[in-house]
Design a protein around this ligand. Structure first.
Ligand SMILES: Cc1ncc(C[n+]2csc(CCOP(=O)(O)OP(=O)(O)O)c2C)c(N)n1
Ligand SMILES: CC(=O)[C@@H](O)[C@H](O)COP(=O)(O)O
Ligand SMILES: [Mg+2]
Length: 643
């Protein structure tokens, strides 16, 4: 794509000198520009992967916003930001758009470090209203006159944080515009009472019938019935207002406008111009279609929510070398179904991500024991606590990065009460192209210090099976973390077994040093030790700790005895992570002695986007990185400390 002749293929996009140029365009030009934007997004994402359907759904909305609001002065905050590709194309990133989500390329989400038009960093949902309100409060304190606009999806409106923002906005009464992009979809079909409320269809027939029946009832009221009926007839439009979603937002003291056709640019620009002059908080409700303008995505918005490379002509996934390996997510999902067949107390909870967490099959097999709570991670954990308090065995499957939202619920509503809740943290470690907002690199540090909680990580597929069985059989809360992507190719176990708690496994003997690895880093450690032996004749032991809590303390103390060095390897931030736990253990046992000790993990900074393998290599967490540290330790040289 770098060789594309942009002026030839995308003349209007290429001619855009400044986002404000959109303001001078007429309806025809905006339509043509929208077609170019769609074509660019489809072509680019077909080779880079990314959030296709969300971005295609807001092309007209983005054009209407930039036709009325000037991102030089006005502040525009996208919620999640996965739908911001059109916005990026219109705000100076056309030339770099082909680097989308690639290492050293532009991010898949708005990032202030990337562009002055990205007014707030997003990626986790439902933050836009709070952030926008903060910007409005700053504006008013600084005597500013610009507008602040948040664009939030109906799925993101299921999170409590959104209502915390609405509530304060209504209380403060500041000028603030919230655009609700309602496509009736989260990643899957949207769930919850709000979703059905928002999508309530006011059929003319239903309203007519309601009016007839209501009128006949009113007229039966003695003496005053006719007057009331007349009054009701005159206030007919309040009937519609009463039944539109407006009443919900008006309860938050927002002026409600809508619902509008979110693909009618002209009409939206007219409405935004009027809204621009309104005072106080305003909510504009637009109805859009996820994947609009690309039939495969319109027909399958779930698949095309976040998609890998595909053939633009058909939407078919681009075939990479046939790979039959199951993903960790697949193994999790199938094993859970196997265990749930024989234990009806097992129930499963997702926060709007049944496909991503591998719970789709469980939902189909055990519909009564499956709960999609919407994008409500905090609620999910406390809801599980409630289930466990009544003897159920709830399992909460939430990506590591999103589980960060549930920290207090894990402490207060699960571990403090020592409840049988299993937390399954998928996407732990470096997730790749989603980048800094999505890497699951903090969970070991935010979990291992919580009393009563067991924390473990599998090195391969059968270990995941055994750990899931162990977790669901354990009396007390358990957290299980595993990476995004394919497994190691280890044969699945016919029958998952219960592991001895707090016991690791020595996988390779050696007296010339020892590597203590965890989860996804165990196999690279084994490969590194073998390469190091072939290179130097030195034999380094490799130990899979399996448990971060309870740590296999006695095994670690025995392992350290007599060894020249110990190296820990984890895909978690070093601060407070697994290596820290091992170091604390050896220090507390007084066995550090003259042992040279090094920790390999994520350094004290946020890691950008790129492929998982490229990121692991850049941080020295792959086989070659581990070999480099073995050479330093064997040579007695102290390395640079944290990578
Ligand atoms: C806190 C949090 N949980 C989960 C996600 C994963 N996620 C990303 S987009 C999305 C659905 C958002 O739905 P909506 O806001 O309606 O946007 P749409 O994709 O429909 O445009 C989810 C669940 C997230 N980004 N943040
Ligand atoms: C935007 C968002 O937060 C999700 O769509 C996320 O990108 C999904 O990640 P996976 O692709 O790992 O399921
Ligand atoms: Mg939606």
């Amino acid at each position: 794509m770098t060789s594309w002749n942009l002026p030839e293929l995308f003349p209007m996009l290429a001619a855009l000198g400044h986002p404000a140029d959109v303001q001078g365009m007429d309806e025809k030009e905006l339509t043509r520009l929208g077609e170019e934007i769609r074509r660019m997004i489809i072509q680019t994402v077909s080779t880079t992967g990314g959030h296709l359907a969300p971005s295609l759904g807001v092309v007209e909305l983005t054009l209407a916003l930039l036709h009325v609001f000037n991102p030089e002065e006005d502040r525009i905050v996208w919620d999640v930001g996965h739908q911001s590709y059109a916005y990026k194309l219109l705000t100076g990133r056309l030339e770099r758009f082909h680097t989308l989500r690639q290492m050293d390329g532009i991010s898949g989400f708005p990032r202030p470090a990337e562009s002055p038009y990205d007014h707030f960093g997003v990626g986790h949902s439902s933050t836009s209203i709070s952030a926008a309100l903060g910007m409005a409060a700053a504006r008013d304190l600084q005597g500013g006159k610009h507008k602040v606009v948040a664009i939030i999806g109906d799925g993101s409106m299921t999170a409590g944080l959104a209502y915390e923002g609405l509530n304060q906005a209504g209380g403060l009464g500041k000028d603030l515009i919230v655009v609700l992009n309602d496509n009736a979809m989260s990643i899957s079909r949207n769930v919850g009472a709000l979703s059905s409320f928002l999508s309530r269809k006011l059929s003319r027939r239903w309203v007519q019938r309601f009016k007839r029946e209501a009128e006949s009832i009113m007229r039966q009221i003695p003496r005053i019935g006719d007057d009331i009926a007349e009054y009701a007839r005159r206030s007919e439009d309040s009937l519609k207002t009463f039944f539109t979603p407006g009443m919900l937002f008006e309860a938050f003291r927002f002026t409600y406008v809508g619902p509008l056709n979110g693909h009618d640019t002209r009409m939206m620009t007219n409405v935004f111009r009027q809204v621009h002059e309104l005072e106080g908080p305003v909510l504009v409700h637009v109805l859009t279609k996820k994947g609009k303008g690309y039939e495969p995505a319109e027909n399958n918005p779930v698949h095309f929510h976040g998609v890998g490379c595909f053939e633009p002509e058909t939407g078919a996934a681009k075939k990479f070398p046939a790979c039959s390996l199951p993903s960790y997510t697949d193994v999790f999902g199938s094993t859970l179904c196997q265990l749930a067949e024989r234990d009806e107390k097992i129930v499963a909870i997702t926060a709007a991500m049944p496909e991503g967490t591998g719970l789709k099959r469980f939902a189909e097999r055990f519909p009564d024991r499956f709960f999609d709570v919407g994008i409500c991670e905090q609620h999910a954990v406390t809801f599980a606590g409630g289930l466990a308090s009544r003897g159920m065995k709830p399992l909460v499957a939430i990506y590591s990065t999103f589980m960060q939202r549930s920290y207090d619920q894990i402490v207060h509503d699960v571990c403090l009460q020592n409840l049988n809740v299993t937390l399954c943290l998928d996407r732990c470690g470096l997730v790749g192209e989603d980048g800094a907002t999505h890497h699951g690199v903090f969970d070991l540090s935010y979990l291992r210090h919580i009393p009563n909680l067991t924390v473990m990580a599998p090195r391969n597929e059968p270990e995941l099976q055994h750990m899931l069985a162990t977790a669901l059989a354990h009396n007390g809360p358990v957290a299980l973390r595993y990476p995004r992507g394919l497994g190691e190719g280890a044969a699945l176990a016919e029958e998952p077994r219960i592991l001895p708690l707090g016991r690791g496994e020595l996988l390779r003997e050696g007296a010339d040093g020892v590597i203590v690895a965890l989860g996804s880093r165990v196999n690279p450690a084994l490969e590194a030790a073998q390469c190091f032996y072939e290179e130097t004749g030195r034999s380094v032991a490799v130990f899979d700790a399996r448990f971060v809590k309870p740590l296999p303390q006695d095994q670690l103390a025995e392992l350290a005895a007599g060894q020249p060095f110990m190296l820990t390897v984890e895909e978690n931030i070093l601060a407070g992570g697994f290596g820290s736990a091992v170091l604390e253990c050896l220090a507390d046992k007084g066995v550090l002695g003259s042992l040279r000790f090094r920790r390999l993990g994520i350094p004290d900074r946020f890691v950008e986007h790129g492929s998982q393998n490229a990121l692991r290599a850049s941080l020295g967490l792959d086989r070659d990185g581990i070999i480099r540290v073995l050479r330093e330790l064997a040579g007695g040289t102290e390395g640079p400390g944290e990578a």
